[in-house]
Design a protein around this ligand. Sequence first.
Ligand SMILES: NC(=O)c1ccc[n+]([C@@H]2O[C@H](COP(=O)([O-])OP(=O)(O)OC[C@H]3O[C@@H](n4cnc5c(N)ncnc54)[C@H](OP(=O)(O)O)[C@@H]3O)[C@@H](O)[C@H]2O)c1
Length: 165
Amino acid sequence: MKVIAIAAFDEARVIGKDGELPWKIPEDFRHFASLTKGHTVLMGRKTYESLPPAFRPLPQRCNVVVTRNVQSLANEDGILLRSCPRGFIEDCRSGKEALQSDVLWVIGGEEIYRVTKDLWDAAEITRVQGRHEGDAFFPEFEDDFTLERQEQHDGFSFETFVRTA
Ligand SMILES: NC(=O)c1ccc[n+]([C@@H]2O[C@H](COP(=O)([O-])OP(=O)(O)OC[C@H]3O[C@@H](n4cnc5c(N)ncnc54)[C@H](OP(=O)(O)O)[C@@H]3O)[C@@H](O)[C@H]2O)c1
C-alpha cells in the first residue's frame, strides 16, 4: 500500500485562502480527479467543508474525513469519519482499515499535510506560478524526497516526488 500526498501550491507555498483555493486551474482539477478516482482520499474537516456541494463527498472515491469532534459531521452521508489521521494511515498499513485500492491519497489541508508528511511514500505536486494571498500553506517536505518527473504547463507544472530511500 502507498500513501501519496496530492496538493497544489504556489511560489510562497500557499494552498488556500479563506477556506478556498486561491486559483482556478481546470486542468489541475482533471489531474486531481484522474489520479484519485477509484481510491480512498483522506482529508481534514475544513477541506471537506470547502468542497463545492456538488463534489461533496468527492464522487467515485472513498472519502475519509478527520475531525476531533465526530458528532459535528455525524449526519453527513457518504463519508467515513475518523479522529486521528496518523492512526488511520497506520491502521490502513496494518490491514485494520480496509482500503478501496492499494493507494491512500492525502488531499489536505495544511494541518493534515503537516501531521502526516513523515508517512508519505510520494507526493504529486502542482506547482503554481506566482504568489497569491493565502492563509494555508504546504509544509517543507523536499529534503526527504526526490523529484522523479516534471511536466511543464502554461502557468503551472505537475511534479512527482518519491521518498528518497
Ligand atoms: N491547494 C491544495 O492542494 C489544497 C488541498 C486541500 C486543502 N486546501 C486548502 O487548505 C485550507 C484548509 O486547510 P486547514 O489546515 O485550514 O484545514 P484541514 O487540514 O483541511 O482541516 C483541519 C481540521 O482537521 C481536523 N484535524 C486536524 N488535525 C487533526 C488531528 N490530529 N486529529 C483529528 N482531527 C484533526 C480538525 O477538525 P475539527 O476542527 O472538526 O476537529 C481541524 O480543524 C483551505 O483553504 C483549502 O481550500 C488546498
